[in-house]
Design a protein around this ligand. Structure first.
Ligand code: PMP
Length: 353
């Protein structure tokens, strides 16, 4: 071994879902929104002047934070933005999880959490979901170095109401509790309303899912102003210009277009309902989804077999080769036409077995 090799920060990286080049593929594998961003986003894009790219963007992303503040009803000093919620979550791990006690998050959840914990050398434990894939609040009552809950959880899609979140908060007054709400707009009430009662709560959201802007990389955290200051101190110690200029402008336009996004979100929820019904009719068990995807397994056919068949026919879904969930497929909700193609394929495949 060469001397420098032992000084490399080794880590098993997160594996993002595939982004195939082929345009014919029906992409139901990364929970993207099948509908375009709001028309106002396009208008603003067309007004961007490339000569302005000479200058650095506003490191505080003030325009974006003001627009989020107005449209989400949260004070400006309680908002932090980053390059997707991945960047926001990564900064949260780096800033707040420095205890000798382990951070807690479920065994089956967003698989990036354990990667950030590893890369920042943070201890963690992963209490098991119960047999119905629900998080058990009691598992989070013990002393810990912080708690991270995705609500709705991923990849299960299961949403828990605010009483459940309050229960976890009540038992964790002395540590930071992060609620990752990447999919909240497809589910129910946000924990943002609890911020006034819990100064240790951080709610994380994203513009990648319900706002159709995954490609722009915009995420945010809502928390009391002291926590936001701590996050900014760390951010300004790593990279001050995280939000690029087009993302600030287009994110602002998206935050001002809630009426449009309420309509596309409703459409996705309708398609999800119909799709769950059709999957069940084909013999799938579907976990109750509060997100823009369905986590489903077939009673008789292996997850990988269905995955391979769909892939050969240019429909990409996501499969996780992990204990307890390796028979499940995570199917993002596409347009009605895309879902029809999925069902046409599945019907043919399952009828011929
Ligand atoms: N949290 C959860 C639970 C997710 O599924 C995702 C999407 N992969 C993210 C956070 C990150 O999304 P983004 O960085 O695009 O905001």
């Amino acid at each position: 071994m060469r001397e420098w090799e032992k000084n490399i920060r080794k880590v098993e990286p997160y594996v993002p879902g595939e982004q195939p080049k082929d345009k014919d593929i029906i992409k139901l594998n990364t929970n993207e929104n099948p509908y375009p961003p709001a028309p106002h986003v396009k208008e603003v894009l067309e007004s961007i002047r490339t000569e302005d790219f000479r200058k650095y963007p506003d490191p505080a992303a003030d325009m974006l934070i003001s627009a989020i503040s107005e449209n989400y009803g949260v004070d400006k000093n309680m908002i932090f933005t980053g390059v997707g919620s991945d960047d926001v979550l990564s900064m949260i791990f780096l800033t707040f999880f420095n205890s000798d006690r382990p951070v807690l998050f479920p065994d089956i959840t967003y698989s990036f959490y354990s990667v950030w914990a590893d890369v920042y050398r943070i201890k963690y434990e992963t209490p098991l979901l119960d047999e119905n894939f629900n998080i058990r609040a009691e598992d989070y009552y013990k002393p810990n170095g912080g708690v991270v809950i995705a609500n709705p959880n991923a990849p299960t899609g299961i949403y828990r109401n605010l009483d459940f979140i309050k229960d976890i908060l009540e038992h964790n007054r002395d540590v930071i509790v992060v609620v990752d709400e990447a999919y909240i707009d497809f589910a129910g009430q946000s924990a943002v309303s609890l911020l006034k009662d819990y100064d240790n709560l951080i709610v994380v959201q994203t513009f990648s899912k319900s706002k159709s802007l995954a490609g722009m990389r915009i995420g945010m955290a809502f928390a009391n102003s002291e926590l936001i200051k701590a996050l900014n101190d760390v951010k300004y110690s790593v990279n001050s210009y995280t939000m690029n200029m087009p993302s600030i402008l287009l994110g602002t336009a998206a935050a001002e277009s809630m009426d449009y996004y309420n309509i596309t979100t409703e459409k996705i929820i309708e398609t999800r309902k119909r799709s769950a019904g059709r999957l069940k009719a084909l013999g799938f068990e579907c976990l109750e989804s509060g997100s823009n995807f369905i986590f489903a397994r077939h009673g008789r056919v292996k997850g990988t077999d269905i995955y391979d068949f769909l892939r050969k026919n240019k429909v990409f879904v996501r499969h996780f080769n992990a204990p307890r969930i390796d028979d499940f497929l995570r199917i993002s909700i596409g347009t009605d036409a895309e879902m029809d193609r999925l069902f046409e394929l599945l019907e043919g495949y399952l009828a011929n077995l």
